[in-house]
Design a protein around this ligand. Structure first.
Ligand code: SRM
Ligand code: SF4
Length: 576
């Protein structure tokens, strides 16, 4: 029943033999000859929220000296909806300084990663996190990842109610293992293994990573349709009615292979009531667990299971497992996908300041001392921290009487000017990590994007487009970590210094872009953009966004990757 599962992939075998994710970590950590870990533990360490990496900038130098690669760990926190207290932020700041490169990297899934943590520092780091009430469990690996939730409470008085769903989903879908506690926190060994029995993940976990997000229209700031499972809050007369439930989003593709494609989630229908919604989320996961491909990891994500089995099958199977009907989807409207920079006040009178963080990198550099400023803000204890899927930061829940204190710090460190002065293009741009840590990067992204934007901005000024909020995203490879296929302009690395230019995505995340030109170098990118911007400026209709114009003008007849975002758009196969 579960697709082609006769030949299980090696990762499947490693998971099943792992003794609830224990693997051979005790041995791996004790081995002082290498900065790395045992081979099979590579796959398992992800379930604990870490990746083994090496500094790619230093590979040649190390090889010439006959040294092993400079291994270190990337550690990713679990922060549902991106929320963290000021006290926790201070811990994070201090640990980053002591045990990692010092940069706090806000990810495209609302959380923080630290890079460059040496093997000897992993346990102290996780212990310090744990003491602050933070964990990294299940932020990577074949499990439910960090659950996204629209970031800005200003958007809806129902934000807290909806955020509670995100927390509940995150909790219910955590793997039931004691291994994290035993290995990293030196906790006592679990004697009664029955307590570790995991009805959701069993001993095989998901076939591949599983991502859930909740968007609160009209803002689609989390790019909800890029998730395996997307919930879209349906609000009528200021009341939460329930959620449209969509499945099969994913942003990864492979250059030149049409069998691996980016896809937006397709809406299956509507569910209402907390328990029913949580049940539906859980059962979508069990269907993917049972039917996802476990022999070829390249096509193991839910999007492929959705297309292989068809949405009719998914809906019927979901209703069968839930024991209730999935109703007809309700109407909703996305109007934007951005962060609202600067000061905003919510319905309760609390204040929020959204800080522009270039590519999510919190550090002190020649442009701005952001890291020092944020530490000072956290030390006041008067603002919470919420990370956004656009790699920015919202300082929030600030009482009227405390606003001046926060304002003074932001002014003194020129954070407000830094945010105000960033161009519209820059404020809506994102880039993934890529080099020097990502082992899959074919090209630069976060280190190069700011330099490229320095050259794109004059083009926009030349064409009188400098206030247009065009969404431009870059990744170092086609895995799509900064969701480049959902951008109006996407640059996807093909080789060092070369990028595919994708154009024509919409502004609200409901239409993917398409390949326009392949493997361009910087000069070619700038020449193409000059032409595209010039044509857009002279031929666009009133209010027409760049993405909509580009789609109509240049790409209408180009075949799509999978983009169907509603049930009716898909050619439904017969249920099996
Ligand atoms: Fe990602 C793998 C970084 C969001 C799709 N991603 C990686 C790894 C871990 C490389 C690896 O496997 O060794 C990258 C680590 C780089 C580094 O040095 O830190 C990496 N992904 C990131 C982050 C940090 C990018 C960023 O700059 O913010 C994001 C962390 C999110 C988080 O907090 O959990 C990140 N990755 C995404 C997203 C965006 C999203 O989820 O909305 C996607 C596209 C959506 C999707 O999942 O389809 C994404 N990452 C991938 C894939 C392709 C998965 C697939 O379906 O084939 C890989 C490769 C893989 O899993 O084999 C990948
Ligand atoms: Fe690495 Fe590719 Fe993801 Fe960028 S898109 S972080 S290069 S895997």
């Amino acid at each position: 029943m579960a697709g082609n599962n006769d030949n299980l992939s090696s990762t499947e075998r490693i998971k099943m033999a792992s003794d609830s994710l224990r693997g051979t970590f005790v041995e791996s950590l004790a081995n002082e000859i290498t900065g790395s870990i045992n081979e099979d533990d590579y796959a398992l360490v992800r379930f604990h929220g870490m990746y083994v990496q090496d500094d790619r900038d230093r590979r040649d130098e190390r090889a010439a000296k006959k040294l092993e690669r400079l291994y270190s760990f990337m550690i990713r926190l679990r922060l549902t909806g991106g929320v963290i207290s000021p006290e926790q932020y201070i811990t994070l700041h201090n640990i980053a300084g002591e045990n990692s490169t010092g940069v706090l990297k806000i990810t495209t899934r609302q959380t923080i990663q630290l890079h460059g943590v040496l093997k000897s520092k992993v346990k102290p780091t996780l212990k310090a996190f744990n003491q602050a009430g933070l964990t990294t469990l299940a932020t990577c690996g074949d499990v439910n990842r960090n659950v996204l939730c629209s970031s800005h409470p200003k958007q809806s008085p129902l934000h807290t109610e909806i955020y509670d769903y995100a927390k509940e989903i995150a909790t219910r879908m955590l793997p039931k293992t004691n291994a994290y506690y035993e290995i990293w926190l030196d906790g006592e060994k679990l004697l009664d293994k029955e307590l570790e029995k995991d009805p959701l993940y069993q001993n095989r976990y998901m076939p591949r990573k599983f991502k859930v997000g909740i968007a609160i229209p009209p803002n689609n700031d989390i790019d909800v349709l890029g998730n395996d499972l997307a919930l879209i809050a349906i609000i009528e007369n200021n009341e939460l009615k329930g959620f449209n439930i969509a499945i099969g989003g994913g942003m990864s593709a492979t250059h030149g292979n049409p069998d691996h494609y980016a896809r937006l989630a397709s809406v299956l229908g509507f569910v209402s009531g907390k328990e029913k919604t949580l049940k539906a989320v859980y059962e979508v996961a069990t269907i993917q667990r049972d039917y996802g491909n476990r022999s070829d990891r390249k096509v193991a994500r839910l999007k492929y299971t959705a297309d292989r089995l068809g949405l009719q099958f998914w809906k019927e199977e979901l209703e069968r497992r839930c024991g209730f009907e999935i109703e007809e989807a309700r109407p909703y409207q996305f109007e934007s996908r951005k962060d609202f920079y600067g000061w905003e006040q919510d319905h309760e009178g609390l204040w929020y300041f959204t800080v522009y963080v270039e590519n999510g990198r919190i550090l002190d550099d020649e442009k701005v001392a952001l890291k020092s400023a944020l530490l000072e803000v956290a030390e006041t204890g008067k603002a919470t921290f919420t990370f956004t899927c656009n790699q920015n930061l919202i300082l929030g829940n600030i009482q009227q009487q405390d606003k001046a204190v926060i304002q003074e710090i932001l002014d003194r460190y020129k954070i407000i000017t830094h945010t105000d002065n960033a161009s519209a293009l820059r404020k809506n741009a994102m880039a993934c990590v890529a080099l020097n840590t990502c082992p899959l990067a074919l090209a630069e992204a976060q280190r190069y994007m700011p330099l490229l934007l320095d050259k794109v901005e004059p083009l926009l000024i030349k064409h009188g487009l400098e206030t247009d909020e065009i969404i431009m995203r870059m990744t170092g490879c086609p895995n799509g970590c900064a969701r480049p296929y959902a951008a109006e302009i996407g640059l996807v690395g093909t080789a060092v210094g070369k990028y595919n230019l994708q154009i024509g995505g919409d502004r609200i995340g409901e239409r993917l872009n398409k390949l326009y030109k392949e493997s361009l170098n910087e000069d070619e990118i700038l020449t193409e953009l000059d032409y595209l911007f010039g044509t857009y400026r002279s031929e666009r209709k009133d209010g027409e966004t760049f993405g909509d114009f580009a789609h109509k003008k240049w790409l209408n007849s180009v075949p799509l990757m999978r983009t169907a975002s509603s049930f009716s758009e898909i050619n439904l196969p017969k249920s099996t």
